[in-house]
Design a protein around this ligand. Structure first.
Ligand code: FES
Length: 137
């Protein structure tokens, strides 16, 4: 009887853990489409759904992806996802970017929250019009 209870409990915990991981890994990180107009990346605002708070852009020639975040006041922030400590690519989340190499954390504005990095992420100038977001690279 005790053994059955134990197996049942472990089974429920295992399913809960796997389910949590899948849900977590399903929180989609979207790579957005863009075009290039001279030295600007042009991203359609429609790349952001109501639920999509940030997208990544894979841009050839850059050492890491660009994190493009939609802010609450309809402005956008574009950051290079290269850690300023030793250059690893940081992992984006809604409110924070974390470095998997030595644990630095950055705010969604690119400011250092926790070391060892002590410089903010590279930030790109961003302009918008009614349809598009323009990232100066
Ligand atoms: S490379 Fe990011 S914390 Fe060291």
């Amino acid at each position: 009887m005790y053994r059955k209870e134990f197996i049942k409990t472990v089974g429920v915990l295992a399913v809960g853990t796997v389910g949590g991981f899948l849900i977590n890994s399903c929180s989609v990180i979207k790579y957005a489409q863009y075009s290039i107009d001279r030295n600007k990346l042009v991203v359609k605002k429609s790349e952001f759904s109501d639920m999509q708070k940030f997208v990544l852009l894979n841009v050839s020639g850059l050492p890491a992806a660009i994190y493009l975040r939609k802010n609450e006041n309809e402005t956008f922030t574009a950051l290079l996802t290269q850690c300023t400590h030793k250059g690893c690519e940081v992992d984006p989340d809604y409110d924070m970017l974390s470095c998997p190499c030595h644990g630095s954390k950055y705010s969604s504005a690119g400011e250092v929250i926790s070391p060892p990095a002590n410089e903010p992420l590279k930030k790109f100038d961003v302009l918008t019009d009614s349809e598009n977001i323009y990232i100066q690279i």
